[in-house]
Design a binder for this molecule. Structure first.
Ligand code: NAI
Ligand code: NA
Length: 399
């Protein structure tokens, strides 16, 4: 089939398997070019392993540390005549490349919030690996069905208290407009967002795995958070999603207690704002990212997901002296280059002056747009998109 991008707003409905394979190969090459971690993880579970920071974490663990990996994700498989999702094709590519390199890699496609998928994962760890020494929690989802009560929660992306008006961009057209987002109307919206994106599910995973005896001595676990600049505070850190991130960050001490007798430790890593399927859904943020990319590229400090994860493992989680550098709130910061004063000052200056007319000059909107399509395997160098492509690609470990 000839596969072309088909978009609806910030969603791309199609994905290209050969493009996805190439993006995975590119990430593998990057990680290999950085050399091997000496004291890195060996048996790794990645929850949310198919796209964004999750696939990059899996690639870093496997190809930067020689780790066996189990990946959990929620993707649509391809079938005769029907396209799979980008994360499906990424995972097919990852397993194929991992197996070629002689690395163990198996995947589970299902709802990570459910007890069933947790049990299935535990059974697989028991059968094949015994224990895991790193658990990466990289889920991003708009909804969660609670495994104990069956209640279905939907998260909202809204400010709290008052309406938030600021600039935003339609990255397809390059139109910069003002957007006004009304605040949550009730406490329930906040609680629902915490139920979906807060720390409870991470805690459930760690509790179930601890009880099942599948966590190794000195196990580490890491989940991802975001802070960002003041200009996005109303919609991000001080908004509903920020409350969920506060909850996630507060879960660290609960999980630390749980892991104490194993000598284990849990972390939240505050990551850089990057183009992923999740971040493109947040108003205002894509315009910020476009300006940020331009400024960081000019300064030579720009990173993508794989550069971030390579640095997380090498310079934070698995340093040579075993010390994990943390901020005053106990968090790992790999958003340090994003938050550097000179970067933020320049972004803020450009934010005030950005319009539809000067957008392509002062921001990296073209880079944003291209990276968005890259997420779905499009606009990748070396891929012939006019060529007939086999859309039915298996993830080797999945029936
Ligand atoms: P993403 O949308 O690329 O990845 C989400 C992953 O979760 C995918 O593997 C997807 O299959 C999986 N998933 C979603 N619902 C699932 C379910 N019910 N069961 C199993 N798997 C499910 O998102 P991204 O951006 O990589 O986000 C990962 C984490 O990083 C999130 O906590 C996010 O808040 C955080 N983060 C993201 C930043 C960004 O700029 N994109 C910045 C800093 C942190
Ligand atoms: Na992810």
């Amino acid at each position: 089939m000839i596969i072309q991008p088909r978009t609806r707003g910030f969603i791309c409905l199609t994905a290209h398997p050969e493009g996805a394979l190439q993006t995975v190969k590119n990430q593998i090459e990057y990680v290999k070019s950085k050399g091997q971690l000496e004291n890195g993880p060996k048996k790794v579970l990645v929850i949310g392993a198919s796209t964004g920071f999750g696939i990059a974490s899996r690639i870093e663990a496997a190809f930067g540390s020689g780790a066996a990996t189990i990946g959990v994700f929620f993707e649509k498989p391809s079938s005769e005549g029907k396209l799979g999702t980008a994360g499906w094709y990424n995972s097919a590519a990852f397993e194929q490349e991992a197996h070629k390199a002689g690395l163990y890699a198996k995947s589970i496609n299902g709802d990570a919030f459910s007890d069933e998928v947790k049990q299935q994962t535990i059974d697989l760890i028991k059968k094949d690996l015994g224990t895991v020494d790193l658990v990466v929690y990289s889920l991003a989802s708009p909804r969660r069905t609670h495994p104990k009560t069956g209640v279905a929660y939907a998260s909202v992306l809204k400010p709290i208290g008052e309406a938030f008006t600021n600039k935003t961009v339609d990255f397809h057209t390059g139109n910069v407009t003002d957007i006004s987002i009304s605040p949550v109307e009730n406490e329930e919206d906040i609680q629902n967002t915490i139920a979906v994106m807060g720390g409870e599910d991470w805690k459930f995973w760690m509790e179930d795995m601890k009880n099942a005896g599948v966590l190794a001595e000195n196990v580490k676990t890491v989940a991802y958070s975001y802070i960002g600049p003041e200009l996005t505070f109303p919609i991000y850190r001080n908004g509903t999603i920020g409350q969920a991130k506060n909850d996630l960050e507060a879960t660290v001490s609960i999980i630390d207690d749980l892991l104490k007798d194993l000598g284990g430790k849990s972390y939240v890593s505050v990551n850089k704002a990057l183009v992923t399927q999740s971040s493109s859904a947040i108003p205002v943020v894509p315009l910020y990212i476009s300006l940020l990319y331009k400024v960081m590229k000019e300064k030579g400090t720009h990173e993508g997901t794989i550069e971030q994860m390579q640095r997380l493992f090498t310079d934070r989680l698995y340093t040579k002296d075993g010390i994990v550098p943390l901020d005053d709130k106990g968090r790992i910061r790999i958003d340090d280059w994003e938050m550097a004063d000179d970067v933020q000052a320049e972004v803020a200056k450009r934010w005030n002056s950005v319009t539809t007319e000067n957008l392509s000059e002062i921001s990296d909107i073209e880079g944003y747009r291209r990276e968005f399509f890259n997420l779905f395997g499009f606009e990748i160098d070396g891929i012939d998109y006019e060529k007939d492509t086999n859309e039915d690609v298996k993830v080797p470990s999945i029936e």
